[in-house]
Design a protein around this ligand. Structure first.
Ligand code: UDP
Length: 254
């Protein structure tokens, strides 16, 4: 296992105590395919600078992420941190870019998917997008992400009854990771992924940043401009706090 600053194993890196797999998108797809072939539930999470900040003060969330089968490094903050801590990350494996590639792979494997999360109606719109784009990928079911604790068992039962092998949970960090940790075995799926705001993008509710911004690694600026009241603290303060902690860890050394 990695050390607290930036140590790593063969394909692992630890960014401020949060373990990530230092792999490419293609390798991530292969790993997920392997996880799908094993008859038990697995967890796949994406980790960005905001997640590292959350984990700093949330032991339970950190434990859940560090116990996951696959943790994928998402965004420019992670790239900068990896470089500063002496463990350059090989790829930016964010959920939004990986999603269509994963759907293509799952279509080939004929692995039914269930979409859980976001505002009512959006998961169904993402299902429509899948049906249009990957017509042979079975969508086993959808459910929005705003249900009460009392309704949770009903949601879990509907996922289990759907026959889904892959579950996308888009309820935001750290709610979705906790939800998956709590319910994975009861859902009966083989792979559950926490995918944050993914359904907002693929339903068309929120447009994605133009390609040049994504290539420049500043998609977060676009997101901040879209929802400044909700996101200013996360991005403006959060990014500075993240960078300060990374620099401090670098200063201290391994
Ligand atoms: N969400 C949800 N249930 C909740 C709270 C949030 O389904 O109780 C959804 C919300 O509608 C949005 C997503 O979770 O689609 C969170 O998006 P965000 O971009 O904030 O994800 P994060 O970056 O926090 O993972």
């Amino acid at each position: 296992m990695a050390g607290p600053q930036g140590g790593d194993g063969a394909d692992g890196a630890s960014i401020l105590g949060l373990r990530v797999h230092n792999i490419t998108k293609d390798e991530a797809l292969d790993r997920i395919e392997t996880l799908l072939s094993e008859e038990r539930g697995h967890t796949v999470f994406f980790v960005n600078a905001h997640c590292v900040n959350l984990a700093w003060g949330d032991d339970r969330y950190r434990e859940v992420v560090n116990g996951a089968d696959l943790v994928l490094p998402d965004g420019t903050g992670m790239r900068i941190a990896g470089r500063l801590l002496g463990h350059p990350l090989r790829d930016n494996v964010n959920g939004t870019d990986l999603f269509p590639l994963l759907c293509e792979r799952l279509q080939r494997l004929q692995a039914p998917v269930y979409l859980l999360g976001a505002l009512p109606g959006l998961a169904e719109k993402v299902a429509d997008w899948i049906r249009r784009t990957f017509p042979r990928l079975p969508v086993a079911g959808t459910h929005h992400g705003y249900f009460t604790p009392e309704e949770e068992p009903e949601v879990v039962t509907s996922i289990a009854a759907s026959g889904a092998q892959v579950l996308f949970v888009a309820m935001g960090v750290p709610l979705q990771e906790r939800w998956i940790a709590r319910n994975l075995s009861a859902t009966g799926v083989r792979v559950a992924l926490g995918v944050g705001g993914l359904f907002d993008f693929y339903s068309g509710r929120i447009p994605r940043a133009p390609l040049w911004m994504r290539r420049a690694g500043i998609e977060w600026v676009f997101r901040l401009l879209q929802e400044p009241r909700r996101l200013w603290r996360r991005y403006l303060i959060g990014n500075l706090v993240f960078l300060a902690r990374v620099l401090k860890a670098r200063w201290r050394g391994p």
